[in-house]
Design a protein. Structure first.
Lengths: 338, 575
């Protein structure tokens, strides 16, 4: 009887502790499942379930199973008819030499497979279990709690629609239980959504850059503001520093932010540093952010003005509450780039 | 296979054996079977009896492998000794959207090694979502003296150096088709590697490469390849250069232009127009990067017999599109960007009565602040004007149940219905209800439906409908949808022809996963990511279905992919 071999793709001790805890927990709710130590030592532990059968197979097609249905290409060629010329007997040792799959990548990594996509990995993992725990990592303490929660979550909260979790909401992973649409709190990008191939995405990204009218010494970028019904376009080249820029923006959008901005007339002082912009905005409900060449959303004011105009593709005046977590990402990005 | 079929085939084995002496000579049977092209027909044929199985395997020249992990190349070579053409698909489709990690696998090299030994006369290789290195391309180029056609789509791991190897060594090359791939575009010098004596190229597609090529070399190449019928240029080729190429290749059937925007004199414009209109065989037109209203009229005369127009890299406005479409009465397939908006789609409905396929891509998919693009109104307008529509891919920001119901009433023949409401979980924007009834209408009305992608706010009801009505459904894509295991259970229990199921970010858990045990044997693949499946669920599945290849990643499986299709196993170094 063919036995699937379990291959722990994560492969390292760190995760087995997590699995151990999830194993134990689920054993309380279903028929007893042997703990992972038994598995790794590969001794058949004959409890209710035959251990070996729980193991995922790594064998080559056709090996070890006389009664294995030998069929190629799916349903089309399925047949049990031995007269079809197929060897009913095992096909041994067909090393096709296919490149090692996933395990290779894992061995070289820290053992935890995550997406390195805009820092969303943790969010995505947690989403899969619909958890309240803020971090899905290899910390066993957290994991056991998480695993516990997951079992009950599976049973009880099955009806919760998944909603994309904005990166900014890292600390708030409980999906709102809501019968109707969950419009995401902020429309941050979800990995791989909308489903468009990379080539097309990159083509359009370069189109966007082109469309920001870079010719003839001007640099028009779009400026949007949350809650405003239409956008504006500004020519970044007409400003020399953040001060001028923020003042212009404020004038442009003041009709939407009556009473919000600390707009008691900006003192037209020379030589003000970039930090002045942050000071101004700290007094208001809004945060000025921009999308850079890599497609990441950053806080305005961190980098020198020239660098900003070089890399800014467009701007968004965002509600302060939605910008939580943006700064840490910016820091991370700087770290990664250095 | 059903038991009655099994009986029948066993019976026919007996009668085959007994009638052998008076049956067809093998050569005749092989000759007849060699006329069969469809791989499904061939598979059916091979099940009739041993003689037919053998005749089929000796006469098969093209093999299609939808899942490279379903079988080993050695088995393929043993069964089919006379293969000239191979089509291989590797990674799960969601790898196109970065949901599959790097170095997942699907490497072509092991296959090439076997093919070099067993199929030295291999002529064609078509790969989709495979990993292929420059070394593999070089190996391919030198191992198969008769090699004719290479087509790569959504592959990665190679660079333009690999293409140089192909150009250098493949003396009999007729087709080099480099579609959207994760290619490392180092430079355009690969094109100059075609020897001066080389004249056999019929298909050249490098539209998705970005580097500049040596135009002089290209012009000479096109000039001496008199059989060239497909030429798809990249952005680096200008309008003026396009004109020069066309003058020497009026026989082209498929043209992909380069950049369609340049300062032209009146004379240059007229020359371009003339060169384009001289392409009397042209039925497919693409490229048209940055095309603006100014130069589109140069195309008008060339569009008379056009059946496929791909404008998905040209951000046209509605008026420009309308004017262009007035000259495309024969159009069957149209790809556009949503910059054309609903008005543009109205023009489609008015001008293209023969339209069978429409794809509307988002020009600005990540820009949620601006509301533009197409709405349900555009889709409805097309459906009124194009009753033959059977394939649609539609990205939009709003949709209603009523609109979809109208659409499928107008176009009941949909075989492929892929609707992407770009904001995940968005309801009918007029009624605020889920979009269940929309997809219910689709599956109830479109009995021929083979492929469905759902979106918007969806409860389990959508999946009840799908399970109950979509009897011909083979491929289903689900994202951010459903309420409970019941949804997925309905699909697994109800769609008899389901082959590929891909699910992301849905509340389907172990109960749903395990409800499909019998189903998975007849499917090519199942993908689940960011759902409620646990590692235990995967283990149980693997235990119950030992012949399935079950992969689960992450402590709580973030990804579960069943590469089924029988005997699918992933090779490891330990072998």
């Amino acid at each position: 009887m063919s036995t699937p071999l379990e291959h722990d793709y994560i492969g390292l001790a760190e995760t087995s502790s997590m699995e151990r805890s999830s194993e134990k927990l689920s054993s309380s709710s279903s028929s007893s499942i042997p703990s992972i130590e038994d598995k790794t030592s590969k001794t058949a532990n004959d409890t209710c379930l035959n251990l070996k059968e729980t193991e995922l197979r790594l064998g080559l097609p056709g090996s070890q199973s006389p009664e294995r249905k030998l069929s190629l290409f799916g349903q089309d060629l399925e047949t049990n008819d031995k007269s079809n010329g197929f060897a009913g007997s095992p096909l041994k040792n067909l090393v096709s030499g296919a490149k090692r799959g996933f395990s290779d990548a894992i061995d070289g990594s820290n053992g935890k497979w995550v997406f390195a996509m805009n820092g969303k990995s943790d969010v995505e993992l947690a989403k899969g279990a619909a958890l309240a725990s803020p971090r899905v990592g290899l910390d066993s303490k957290t994991n056991s709690q998480q695993a516990k929660t997951s079992v009950s979550v599976m049973k009880e909260v099955v009806g919760v629609p998944q909603s994309p979790k904005p990166v900014q909401d890292k600390n708030n992973l409980v999906p709102p239980v809501n019968d109707h649409a969950i419009a995401p709190a902020s429309k941050a990008q979800v990995v791989g959504w909308p489903p468009i191939r990379s080539f097309r995405k990159n083509s359009m990204a370069s189109n966007l850059a082109k469309n920001s009218d870079e010719g003839a010494g001007c640099l028009y970028v779009k400026v949007s503001m949350d809650g405003a019904p239409y956008l504006r376009k500004v020519d970044l080249k007409t400003y020399n520093n953040y001060m001028e820029f923020s003042s212009a923006l404020e004038k442009m959008f003041s009709c939407f932010t009556i009473g919000q901005c600390n707009s008691s007339g900006l003192p037209a002082r020379d030589g003000l540093s970039e930090s002045r912009l942050m000071d101004l905005l700290h007094g208001s409900e809004y945060v000025l952010t921009y999308e850079d060449k890599d497609g990441d959303w950053m806080l305005v004011g961190d980098v020198p003005w020239e660098m900003f105009t070089d890399s800014c593709r467009r701007l968004r005046i965002m509600k302060g509450s939605e910008a939580i977590g943006l700064a840490p990402r910016a820091m991370e990005k700087c770290k990664n780039q250095n | 296979m059903e038991s009655s079929e099994l009986k029948r085939s066993k019976d026919s084995v007996n009668s085959c054996e007994s009638a052998r002496r008076s049956s067809f000579p093998d050569e005749v049977l092989e000759r007849v079977l060699s006329l069969l092209k469809s791989h499904r027909d061939r598979s059916s044929v091979s099940l009739v009896c041993k003689d037919w199985y053998n005749a089929e395997r000796w006469s098969r020249t093209h093999v299609f492998i939808g899942n490279c992990y379903s079988v080993s190349p050695e088995i393929v070579a043993r069964r089919f000794p006379r293969i000239r053409s191979v089509t291989l698909k590797g990674k799960p489709r969601f790898s196109d959207f970065n949901l599959v990690p790097e170095n997942w696998g699907a490497d072509i090299h092991a296959w090439l090694v076997v093919f070099a030994a067993k199929y030295p006369f291999l002529e064609e290789l078509r790969l989709k979502r495979m990993a292929i290195s420059d070394e593999s391309l070089e190996f391919l180029a030198v191992s198969f003296p008769n090699f004719k056609a290479l087509s790569l789509l959504s592959c990665d791991g190679f660079s333009t150096n690999g293409l140089a190897a192909i150009a250098t060594h493949c003396k009999n090359l007729t087709e080099l088709d480099i579609q959207e791939n994760g290619i490392d575009d180092i430079g355009g010098s690969w094109l100059s590697c075609f020897p001066e004596s080389f004249t056999t190229l019929e298909v050249l597609n490098f539209a998705n490469l970005t580097s500049d090529i040596n135009f002089d070399m290209l012009e000479k190449l096109v000039g001496r390849c008199k059989s060239m019928r497909v030429l798809k240029l990249n952005r680096s080729v200008s309008l003026e250069q396009l004109q020069r190429l066309l003058v020497n290749a009026p026989q082209l059937a498929e043209l992909g232009t380069g950049l369609f925007s340049q300062e032209l004199t009146i004379r240059e414009y007229e020359e371009l127009e003339s060169a384009l209109s001289n392409c009397k065989n042209m039925h497919t037109l693409s490229g048209l990067w940055d095309a603006t209203g100014m130069y589109l009229p140069a195309l008008y005369l060339a569009c008379t017999h056009l059946t496929f127009l791909n404008l998905s890299y040209a951000a046209l406005q509605s008026v420009e599109l309308a004017k262009l479409l007035a000259h495309c009465p024969q159009l069957k397939r149209l790809w556009v960007l949503d910059s054309v908006e609903d008005k543009g789609l109205e023009a489609v409905g008015l001008n293209c009565p023969l339209l069978e396929e429409l794809r509307v891509f988002p020009a600005d998919p990540f820009d949620n602040e601006i509301v533009h693009g197409v709405t349900e109104a555009g889709f409805v307008a097309v459906s009124f004007g194009c009753p033959r529509l059977h394939y649609v891919l539609y990205f939009c920001r709003q949709m209603t149940n009523a609109a979809v119901a109208t659409i499928v009433q107008n176009c009941p023949d949909f075989t492929h219905f892929r609707l992407c409401i770009m904001n995940p979980g968005q309801p009918d924007y007029l009624t605020n209800e889920p979009m269940d009834e929309a997809f219910g209408a689709v599956v109830k009305t479109c009995t021929k439906l083979q492929r469905l992608s759902v979106s918007g706010l969806l409860t389990d009801l959508t999946f009840e409908y799908i399970g109950r009505y979509a009897k011909n459904l083979e491929t289903l894509s689900v994202a951010f949808a459903g309420r409970s295991d019941w949804g997925m259970q309905c699909v697994l229990g109800g769609c008899p022809k389901l082959r590929k199921l891909e699910i992301r970010d849905c509340p389907f858990g172990n109960a749903a996963l395990l409800s499909g045990l019998e189903k998975y044997e007849s499917m090519r693949s199942l993908w689940m990511s960011a759902c409620n499946v646990t590692m235990n669920g995967c283990r149980l599945l693997a235990r119950e279905m030992p012949r399935l290849n079950v992969e689960a990643r992450g402590g709580m499986p973030h990804h579960l992919s069943l590469l089924s299709e029988m005997l699918g196993t992933r090779q490891t170094e330990n072998y």
